[in-house]
Design a protein around this ligand. Structure first.
Ligand code: FES
Ligand code: FES
Length: 205
């Protein structure tokens, strides 16, 4: 419903219960129009530009494509640090940072991640220059199969920026959205606390 049409009709004397009913009907009509508009805009591939680890990456994807799928399967070269495990927002293996906040990239549409800074585990450090969390994971042998590791490293790296001196309980709480089927939790938490300690002098997390 065009707002000016609504204003005009209201202005010419639709009042009381009649106005309420009319308002209700107009809201329904507006909702239908919006749905139609949305349906029209979500069909077909769209060219988008993502900011991934500080690089602008242009890619063509359908609007229903998740950020995880886009990173792993549509970018060339691919960004495969975030892992596909459940694809349903329950395991945390696909965790990336959106403007510094951990999110499950299997639950985010790529089109909704434009205009945001996307950081994957690759963007936190490199084999030559790992960040404190990556280094602590290696030092404390905090992985077995490694499938959950990028998610844990990403979550913990973001958390230590918020809370540089966490307790074990706080680390456990921060990691509650990440699951490890191999059961490496004790070493993961140990690594997180070691990274916090190592970073307290250097502030490089
Ligand atoms: S793959 Fe995204 S939460 Fe499991
Ligand atoms: S190390 Fe295998 S799932 Fe965590």
């Amino acid at each position: 419903m065009n707002p000016s049409r609504r204003k005009f009709l209201k202005g010419v004397g639709v009042a009381g219960a009649g106005a309420a009913i009319a308002d209700h009907l107009w809201n329904e009509a507006e909702a239908k129009e919006e749905q139609t508009a949305t349906a029209q805009t979500v069909s077909g591939a769209t060219k988008i530009t993502l900011d991934v680890n500080g690089q602008k990456r242009t890619v063509e994807v359908e609007p229903r494509t998740t950020l995880l799928n886009t990173l792993r399967n549509h970018l060339e070269p691919a960004v495969t640090g975030p892992k596909l495990v459940c694809d349903a927002g329950t395991c945390g293996a696909c965790t990336v940072l959106l403007d510094g906040k951990p999110v499950y990239s299997c639950l985010v549409l790529a089109v909704d991640a434009t205009n945001k800074k996307i950081t994957t585990v690759e963007g936190l450090g490199s084999p030559e220059q790992p960040n404190a969390v990556q280094a602590a994971f290696v030092e404390h042998d905090a992985l077995m199969c490694g499938f959950c590791t990028p998610g844990f490293v990403t979550t913990i790296s973001a958390y230590l920026k918020k809370n540089p001196n966490p307790s074990l309980e706080e680390v456990r709480e921060a990691c509650k959205g990440n699951f490890c089927r191999c059961g490496t939790y004790p070493r993961v938490f140990e690594a997180a606390l070691a990274a916090a300690k190592a970073s307290s002098s250097s502030s490089q997390v």
